[in-house]
Design a protein around this ligand. Structure first.
Ligand code: RM4
Ligand code: MN
Ligand code: MN
Length: 396
């Protein structure tokens, strides 16, 4: 095979960015427990410092998604501190995630709760989160709901659907013109009988009814095992309703493993659908790429650099699909040629070009190696092991 076209790879990498989740640097775990890491971030300053480290070494992760309850427990009052910490660590606040699932009040749901007082509380929290996003200069309010029920007959599914539609419209009404409402879906967990926003169709209907600035967010881990995620992506693109991703990999359920660790071809196929859409429409898809992972066993900063590196490689591979050839092969139903367009691109080793791109941009050729050589993890391990952990109370 010929050498990969460097120009195409560089052009793709120049426009690629991926947002990191603040909670990806904290101790998170499974429902059976957490394995604590001495280097894990506890404070927001530590989370932003670690994210800043990933961005300094990769150059493509300038923003950090924040969870209001975990990162801004005092709400708007925490905004100046967050801004100062972000600036100190060379990153910016990204998507703002209200927390509508941890408080005891939310036992029977938030927007779908039969109790109007609790629904009000959830709505007020979202409205405050929009204000926080505005004050931080963040564009996206990213909503995930744990709402649902565990047993047949225990919830009025249609009534809850209407409550969700009303609640989302109310939140949408307080957005600034440039802001967006991203609606994430998930088929099960923590609810095990019905989830109020269980799939992309439900999220799409709710986004449509909420208002013009609402979009669907696809978390790659939030599908049944054999579901065709790239088809969902293609449909949402065609409807102008794809707002963003939460990237992670999985083998069984919502495993939150490192992107591409189980099935890199899946991620490649998603990127390909986006690139093919852009090729055919001539428009740039306005999509937020965000990581949503929980590294229970791996070192968190290393895992995050692996993720960014994997995302860049797969995005670069997707840019190598010869779209002219592919479109012609599809039109003439030359199945094997069409399929090979994808397979050839996926099989191309883009690592040398990626290393070259990094050198050309003044970044380390191998960010993981650079992290190990920097001594950063050793330093924070010593520093953080020395501080009291009593304040570690929230999930992340
Ligand atoms: C959910 C979902 C959300 C994330 C929470 C913590 O499964 O993926 O995006 O914020 O977990
Ligand atoms: Mn998610
Ligand atoms: Mn999830």
């Amino acid at each position: 095979m010929n050498d990969p076209p460097t120009g195409r790879i560089f052009a793709a990498l120049d426009r690629f960015a991926i947002e990191l989740p603040s909670w990806g640097f904290a101790d998170t775990g499974t429902r059976f427990g957490k394995f604590l890491q001495p280097a894990a971030a506890v404070t927001l300053d530590e989370k932003l410092a670690d994210a800043g480290q990933v961005h300094a070494l990769t150059g493509v992760s300038p923003t950090v998604a924040l969870h209001v309850q975990w990162d801004l427990p005092n709400g708007l009052a925490d905004v100046p501190g967050v801004m100062a910490a972000a600036a100190r660590h060379g990153v910016r606040p990204g998507a703002i995630n209200p927390n509508l699932f941890q408080d005891q009040d939310y036992k029977f749901g938030s927007f779908g709760n039969p109790d109007a007082t609790i629904r009000r509380r959830a709505l007020d929290h979202c409205v405050e989160s929009v204000r926080i996003a505005r004050a931080l200069g963040s564009r996206d309010l990213s909503l995930w709901f744990a709402d649902g029920s565990n047993y047949p007959g225990t919830a009025d599914i249609r009534e809850r659907k209407r409550l969700f539609a009303a609640g989302l419209a109310e939140v949408h009404a307080v957005l600034d013109p440039g802001q967006r409402l991203l609606i994430e879906y998930k088929p099960f967990e923590p609810a095990f009988y019905h989830s109020d926003i269980a799939d992309w169709g439900m999220a799409l209907l709710l986004a449509r009814s909420a208002g013009a600035q609402a979009r669907v967010l696809v978390d790659t881990g939030h599908h049944y095992a054999s579901q065709n995620i790239e088809q969902i992506v293609a449909w949402l693109l065609d409807e102008g309703m794809l707002g963003g991703f939460h990237f992670n990999d999985r083998r069984y359920a919502d495993d939150d493993l490192t992107l591409g660790s189980i099935d890199p071809y899946q991620v490649f196929r998603i990127f390909h659908e986006i690139r093919f859409f852009e090729y055919q429409s001539g428009a740039r898809a306005d999509i937020a790429f965000v990581v949503d992972q929980s590294h229970n066993l791996k070192g968190k900063i290393e895992a995050m650099i692996q993720t960014v590196d994997m995302a860049q490689s797969l995005y670069a591979k997707a840019a190598l699909v010869d779209c002219d050839r592919l479109a012609a092969a599809q039109r003439s139903t030359d199945l094997v040629s069409a399929e090979r367009c994808l397979q050839d691109a996926f099989a191309t080793d883009v690592r040398p070009s990626l290393a070259e791109w990094r050198t050309a941009r003044g970044l380390p050729r191998d960010p993981l190696e650079a992290l190990r050589e920097s001594g950063y993890v050793n330093r924070i391990t010593a520093e953080r092991a020395a501080r009291p952990r009593a304040s570690l109370s929230s999930y992340a």
